[in-house]
Design a binder for this molecule. Sequence first.
Ligand SMILES: Cc1cc2nc3c(=O)[nH]c(=O)nc-3n(C[C@H](O)[C@H](O)[C@H](O)COP(=O)(O)O)c2cc1C
Length: 211
Amino acid sequence: MRYRRAIKAFDPAKPLDQADFDFIVEAARLSPSSHGLEPWHLWHIASPDLRAKLVEQAKINPPQGADASHLVVITAKTAQGIDPDGEYLGHVATTVQQQPEDVIAQRRVMFKGFLTDRMGVYGDPAAMFGYTCRQAYIALGNMLTAAAMIGVDSCPIEGMDHAAATAVLAEAGVIDPVYDAVAVAAVFGYRSEDPKRPQTRRPATEVLHTI
Ligand SMILES: Cc1cc2nc3c(=O)[nH]c(=O)nc-3n(C[C@H](O)[C@H](O)[C@H](O)COP(=O)(O)O)c2cc1C
């Protein structure tokens, strides 16, 4: 946790090993999510053209966006993408979780009730997207920690025009923005210089309150 820093300067000549990248992706894939719905996708932007478009049009923080070995954009399900009556819930419940049809029908009703009564987000597209983004950020956090465990540097990136990033991916035909939109991004690689400032955190006594 101390080794992991939000690295600003990456060495463009130092690529990540495929096995290391796989390890980082596995940390995201195995992340927990509300109702086990994994409402995220990871987009490893391996195409130089697409990466350049994202950096330019979505104004991804230039040094990290352009220089780090791997850029991963994380999309989260929109309100329509995570709709309790929608296709995605059916896909996860059937194909991934192997649940029978009658259980899935009950689940749809229960999930809608959960979003309405417990989370208070149903019917509000921005709040629904916030709900799915929160899950995506757990995957993000696990990727950052997993990377640090194997000595890989990273930087999470919210510093971008999210609408433009979604538009770039939609124009490239990789997402349908009705169902998926950009939540956050991250870069992975190796630092070319250490962070200028030391890592600072509030003391544990200010963070943890035993009441
Ligand atoms: C969700 C999230 C988004 C962030 N977005 C950016 C960003 O766009 N650009 C950047 O340089 N740092 C970004 N950061 C890094 C934070 O500024 C950094 O984690 C914080 O200052 C603490 O420093 P440390 O990570 O080096 O300990 C982001 C961090 C998080 C968790």
